[in-house]
Every structure is written in C-alpha cells, then in structure tokens.
Ligand binder design. Structure first.
Ligand code: SIN
Length: 287
C-alpha cells in the first residue's frame, strides 16, 4: 500500500484492494485517515456488502433519515441525480450531519454510474482553514459556538426537497422539521488527530450562538470565503471504481452539478461520530 498526498488536501491510497485487507492494512488506513482527513481510492470492485464492511472499520453506520436507501442494504444511502433533475444532492459546500448532536465521523462515497463529463467532487481542509487565520481571529473563534440545522435543507420548506423528491428522497421532511438544532464549538479538537479544525459550514450552520443575524452573517461569510480559496481546493475526478472517504470533522465537500441531462449514481455510507469538544484555549498553540 502506498499513501500519496494530494496537492491541497487528502491522500490517494494506491496498490490496495479494499476487499482484502489485513489487520495491518486496516491500521495503516485508520492512521492515514486520521492524518489526512480524506482518502481516495481508484479501481476498486466493492460489492455493496464490501462497502458496508469497509466502512465499519471506522465504526457503526448511520442509517440516513433523508436519502433513499439501497433496496437491499439500508446502510447505503443513494446519492442519485437523474437526467431530468436540476438539483443535485451535495451541491454547495457543506459537511455531512453537522446538524446532529453527535455529528458523523465520515462518509464513504462509491461511484456506481458516472456522467460522461463533469460531476467532480471538490474538497477543502478545515485544519488549513483554521491554520491560515490570524492569531487574533483564531483566539476569538476558540471561544465561540455555532448553531447547525437540517430544517432549511431537508425540511418541508426546502427547495432541495421540491426539486429532488421524485428519485432520491424518502419524504422525511416532517422528521427534519422536528429535529432540534445542534450547537457545536466553532473550533473543535479533532477527535482523531487532536488538532484544531474550523467547524462551521455553509450548508448547515445557521448562526453564531448569541450573536445577532448581521454579526453572524458577516463573520460566517468571511470564514466561508476564506476556506474555499481556489488554491486550497482539491478536485476529485471520478472514474469507474473510484471511492472518496472524507472526515466530516476535518473537511468540507461540494458536488459539482455540471452534467445536466446525464445520470450520476453514487452509494454513500456515513459512519457515526461523537459529540465534539472545543479546542481547549489553555492548550491552544496558535502562532
Ligand atoms: C455528498 O455530499 O454526500 C455527495 C457528494 C457527491 O455526490 O459528490
């Protein structure tokens, strides 16, 4: 197995067959996932059961409440876009499940049917986003929390629901409407690496806790623009057999919706995580 770092974030794991992993392979993969926060694999031939089993190396699988499940494997959520659909699941920068009290550890996306062109997925690092801030702003953020919600994305009022209802939704808008919003530190101590990571995202973060709308919007918009500067974006071009496995506490991702009229079918597992702790001010080593 070879781990080849990518230009901006993540690493590609080469010379590996995910169907046939030794205990040592699993250990190296876990270590690499903690180090890089994003792993890519190519030319894999995973069955649905293999996909579930590989995901379980990192923990239990979250049964998605909002996406259509695979007919035989409830652990696999279908990330589908049909030719007539205009909106894609996952377009726009976000990290999965930040609206949960215990946000997901990671998501493993397996390519099943790809468009002829387009449909890449872009990634950025939330470690780098934090590291690149000034010392003053870092210190300010270390004391803050933000509110995250699923309602505006999966709830009854969401545009997303209206545009994609026919093929990739399971009509759980009521469930999203009833979900309590979650509050998380804006800078977390990453559960695997111990490093500080910025933990807000354009998809699900509503506001900074205790700040008014205008104050919140200004700072969040600044952070969002800061995080996705072109040189920090890793673009993954999918090919048959490709897999991307991202840490939802260390990265954001965004599906490129640039293949109108074509089909794109992906299988996603999402691995349960734990409650997030604030990066400790006392032990913070900010430059
Ligand atoms: C997602 O956001 O989970 C889907 C990303 C993609 O389809 O590329």
């Amino acid at each position: 197995m070879r781990i080849v770092p990518c230009r901006a974030v993540g690493a590609e794991v080469k010379d590996i067959d995910l169907r046939d992993l030794s205990a040592e392979d699993e250990r190296v993969l876990q270590e690499s996932f903690a180090d890089y926060g994003l792993l890519f694999f190519r030319d894999q031939a995973l069955s649905e059961l293999d996909h579930v089993k590989v995901s379980q190396i990192w923990g239990s699988i979250n049964i998605n409440r909002f996406f259509k499940p695979h007919s035989d494997y409830a652990e696999i959520a279908l990330v589908e876009k049909e030719p007539e659909q205009t909106v894609a699941i996952g377009e726009g920068w976000h990290t999965d499940h930040s609206y949960d009290v215990e946000p997901a550890l990671g998501s493993m996306l397996v390519a099943k049917e790809l468009p002829q062109t387009g449909g890449d997925t872009c990634f950025v690092s939330m470690y780098s986003a934090f590291d690149r801030l000034s010392e003053g702003l870092k210190r300010t953020l270390l004391g803050l929390e933000a509110v995250h919600s699923a309602k505006h994305v999966f709830g009854s009022a969401a545009q997303f629901v209206k545009n994609t209802a026919s093929t990739n939704r399971i009509g759980q808008a009521d469930l999203a409407d009833d979900l309590l919003d979650s509050v998380h530190p804006m800078v977390i101590r990453h559960p695997l690496s111990g490093r500080p990571a910025l933990y807000v995202n354009p998809g699900f973060t509503l506001r900074i806790n205790g700040w008014n709308e205008a104050e919140s919007r200004s700072l969040l918009d600044f952070l969002y623009e800061h995080a996705v500067q072109a040189e920090f974006v890793e673009t993954f071009k999918w090919t048959p057999g490709s897999i991307a496995f991202w840490d939802n506490r260390a990265t954001w991702h965004s599906a490129q919706n640039d293949y109108q009229g074509q089909r794109r079918i992906m299988h996603r597992t999402t691995i349960n995580g734990s409650a997030l702790e604030a990066f400790d001010l006392a032990s913070a080593r900010v430059r």
